[in-house]
Design a protein around this ligand. Structure first.
Ligand code: MGD
Ligand code: MGD
Ligand code: SF4
Ligand code: MO
Length: 757
């Protein structure tokens, strides 16, 4: 972070804000010209050690994109017109308040997308907005993502946001299910350069195994890959647990004092064997047995799963069993297994203690689907907007593109046009935001600072990092957090400063509470007089850091950290050491018990058994599916980030990535040719997509990436539209849910595939 003069170029260090890996960047910038001249990996960053992926340049490309919105706009009959901030914010507060007054709070809906997680300030102020709006119609990308994991963490650990991550530095066996971290760069597993981390496991004699319906880029690096039929991981894991019990490998070790429900679990899993699940899952019994034996014989073994495991028919059960297997073998919270990071801000994010189940506290209006983790499934957004009698009338989207990223995106787009009033806080006019009445753009990463807090909760090695503002923003831009704060304040009928003051008071109170529980004296005066930071969110971060687990306790622990100390650190990121065992400190379940047969899981057992019987019957009768019946899964590519980097030419030039991958045998049977077009027909729609024949696919499975479909009128992303339009696979996906966690099922979607005549 120190600046070195070099022919008016300065060398600056930042954290890449584009994915969870949070790699260190070293940049040459010309401050006068407000230009980033180069971006490279920071060799001195203790985590990424010089590694970056192609998306590292997005920091600059997004900043420079001429089509990025740089002033607020409102829709008029003649197109988008610039509008002043005051008029925009007043109009928004007035319209939303009027809707709330006339139709009730639930006539307002929020949809929050993924990039918000990379903006600390926005995340903090979002809490105030949510409290002010207080709608049951809250939607986010989380229901197409990690909600099963949140419920599992709540059920087993007592906190939604305490996720175990694989201790890659020390593990000798890394089993990876439904994740492709070599491409995604790791999710709920903050680890720059996963490929090298896997190679390091191998060079110390360890082993990496990938279980996935596609032979992925991660599988290429691994020692072994097992195909699994999409949506059947739950049966594989039940059989895996059965083998552990049967071979006497169940030994919770240091967790034994907390664990309940082992006998009932054993009875349950005894129904599922490697042999009777093989035809259903496609995994050979000997391969399952060998892997289970290796797992129990390896002291330091990490069983990890991610999005492919969440967003399937039994996402919750699969993640439940994944964590339970770690628990019953004593590999949770132990070096080399699945461990919990110790975030420097001390918080584990918004969450619920073991008391109230974060599921089913209210229901969607149309189908009566249970809320999960405070949200309704995003795929229900369309029908909640058009619900007769109690429809959503006002919608605010924040960093989200549900039209492309959520199942039934086509229906969502149509529904958006029926809203009374829609506002988008976004940097582009795209498939979703082009439907809004007002769009408020915000500064992008080079134009604001960030204390990269969120992902320090899910890292494979503890760290703290800070990225200062690089350039002064254009005068017409504001920070996203400020915009959210202004809207919240106006809707609450108070000033921005008053609302900000409430948040600050909350932070101070938290620091005092922490001091009390950590056994030292701290006064409000000490906090307020010592806190530093250029903006309120920086000051909030300082309070959290200083009262956090590594904090300087406001001068009472000299070696501790503070915002200032991090600012003075030569790199953007500071090492806080390997993951620590901390179960006793974090366990927040009632009575500190880990109930492996908690109702969060057992309520789903009937559905699981019924589906197993159905699948077992079909495979036993050897009823081959019709020739054209296949299961669709997704796919990510290193140059994509969901839907939103496609306007950046370097990331969309060249070969079309929005293709349907299919196994050669399936392609031949159906009559598809390489590069030809296929017609993919689902329950809800059909689409045409180019064919890519590849033996990396499991027979019977096709893969189409999400985030494409830049084909709609009204978007102002001309590179995306011309260089890489593609189709949206989410238009093919219906509202099916893993009902146990109200999570959207986007993997294992039944489709029929035909050649285009
Ligand atoms: N079929 C299928 N669908 C999926 C998935 C899948 O695997 N398969 N994955 C799901 C997952 S895991 C996720 S997280 C969701 C993502 O779902 P979303 O988050 O809704 O989708 P994104 O495409 O990431 O949209 C991000 C939006 O944020 C805007 N944006 C980017 N940076 C900034 C910024 O700095 N400030 C502001 N104000 N706006 C910004 C972009 O312009 C874009 O409109 O998609 C889900 N959808
Ligand atoms: N380059 C790039 N990086 C990204 C993103 C991106 O869009 N592009 N998105 C970011 C986001 S928002 C997230 S949440 C993370 C996601 O991070 P990951 O979960 O690592 O990413 P995916 O590539 O979606 O991996 C899911 C894997 O599950 C497999 N799969 C599908 N169905 C099943 C199944 O039924 N069983 C099993 N066992 N496997 C299955 C798929 O083939 C795929 O390989 O990535 C993040 N990083
Ligand atoms: S992996 Fe790529 S996108 Fe992710 S933080 Fe590193 S450089 Fe950025
Ligand atoms: Mo995600």
């Amino acid at each position: 972070m120190t600046a070195v003069e070099d022919n008016k170029l300065e060398t600056l260090r930042r954290i890449c804000p584009t994915c969870e890996a949070c790699c260190g960047l070293v940049m040459q910038v010309d401050r006068q010209a407000q230009k980033i001249v180069s971006i490279q990996g920071d060799r001195d960053d203790h985590r990424s050690r010089g590694y970056v992926c192609a998306k590292s340049q997005a920091f600059n490309y997004v900043y420079e994109d001429p089509q990025r919105l740089r002033h607020p706009v409102k829709r008029t009959d003649g197109g988008w017109e610039p509008i002043s901030w005051n008029e925009a914010l007043d109009t928004i507060a007035d319209k939303f308040s009027a809707i709330r007054a006339e139709y009730g709070k639930d006539a307002l809906a929020l949809y929050v997308g993924n990039p918000l997680g990379h903006d600390f300030a926005a995340g903090v102020y979002l809490q105030s907005l949510m409290a002010t709006v207080s709608t049951e119609r809250f939607f986010s990308a989380g229901t197409v993502d990690q909600h099963p994991q949140q419920l599992v963490c709540w059920g087993l650990i007592g906190h939604e946001w305490l996720f175990p991550v694989p201790d890659l530095e020390r593990t000798d066996l890394f089993i990876c299910m439904g994740a492709n971290p070599v491409v995604s760069q790791g999710s709920i597993m903050g680890q720059p350069d996963v490929k090298s981390a896997m190679q390091a496991i191998q060079s110390r004699g360890g082993r990496c195994v990938v279980i996935d319906p596609r032979f992925t880029e991660t599988a290429e690096v691994a020692d072994e890959h097992l195909f699994i039929r999409p949506g059947t991981d739950v049966f594989f894991l039940l059989a895996f647990a059965n083998v552990l019990f049967a071979s006497g490998a169940v030994a919770p070790g240091h967790l034994a004092q907390y664990v309940d429900g082992l006998d009932a679990l054993q009875t349950l899993v005894s129904e599922y064997t490697p042999e009777n699940t093989a035809a259903v899952t496609g995994v050979r019994p000997d391969a399952l047995r060998e892997l289970a034996a290796a797992y129990s014989a390896t002291d330091r073994a990490a069983l990890y799963g991610r999005v492919g495991l969440c967003t399937q028919e039994f996402g919750l059960a699969a993640h439940w069993l994944l964590m339970v297997i770690s628990i019953i073998t004593g590999k949770l919270d132990r070096a080399g297994g699945m461990m919990f990071a110790t975030a420097p801000t001390g918080g584990s994010g918004p969450g619920v203690d073991g008391g109230t189940k974060p599921y089913g506290r209210w229901h969607s209006r149309v189908r009566g689907v249970p809320e999960t983790c405070g949200e309704l499934p995003a795929s229900l957004l369309a029908e909640e907007i058009t619900a007769p009698g109690h429809r959503v009338r006002g919608l605010l989207t924040i960093c989200g593109n549900p039209v492309l990223s959520v199942p039934r995106g086509d229906k969502i787009r149509e529904a958006l046009d029926t809203l009374d009033f829609m506002v988008a806080l976004d940097i582009y006019i795209n498939e979703t935001t082009s439907r809004a009445d007002i769009i408020l753009p915000s500064t992008v990463h080079p134009e604001h600072s960030n204390v990269d807090v969120t992902f320090q909760n899910f890292t494979t090695r503890n760290y703290v990092s800070y990225s200062p503002k690089t350039f002064e923003p254009a005068p017409e831009l504001r920070d996203l957090g400020e915009i959210i704060l202004e809207i919240a304040a106006r809707m609450a009928g108070i000033t921005r400063d008053e609302m900000d003051g409430f948040v600050q008071q909350g932070m101070v109170d938290l620091a005092l509470k922490r001091a009390e529980s950590d056994g030292y004296t701290l006064t409000e005066d000490q906090v307020v007089s010592q806190v530093t930071g250029d903006t309120s969110p920086e000051r909030f971060a300082d309070i959290m850091l200083r009262s956090g687990p590594y904090g300087d306790r406001f001068g009472q622990r000299e070696e501790g950290i503070s915002l200032q100390k991090i600012q003075q650190h030569p790199q953007a990121s500071m090492d806080l050491g390997p993951l620590q065992s901390r179960i006793d400190e974090i366990l927040r379940t009632p009575g500190k018990r880990i109930d492996v047969m908690h109702e969060v899981f057992t309520n789903d057992l009937t559905r699981i058994a019924a589906r197993f019987a159905e699948l077992a019957k079909t495979s036993a009768a050897d009823e081959k599916p019709e020739d054209n019946d296949l299961l669709m899964i997704g796919r990510r590519h290193i140059r994509d980030m969901n839907s939103w980097l496609h306007n950046l030419k370097p990331y969309v030039r060249g070969k079309n990535r929005c293709t349907m991958k299919i196994h050669p045998a399936d392609a031949e049977r159906i009559g598809l040719t390489q590069g030809g077009q296929a017609r993919v027909v689902s329950k809800v729609r059909e689409q045409q997509v180019p064919v890519e024949i590849s033996a990396e696919m499991m027979p019977g499975v096709i893969s189409i990436p999400h985030g494409f479909g830049h084909v709609h009128a009204g978007s102002q992303q001309s590179n995306a539209a011309t260089l890489s339009p593609g189709i949206s696979c989410n238009d093919l996906i219906d509202e099916s849910l893993d009902i146990a966690s109200s999570t959207c099922v986007v993997n294992g979607v039944p489709v029929q595939v035909y050649p285009v005549e």
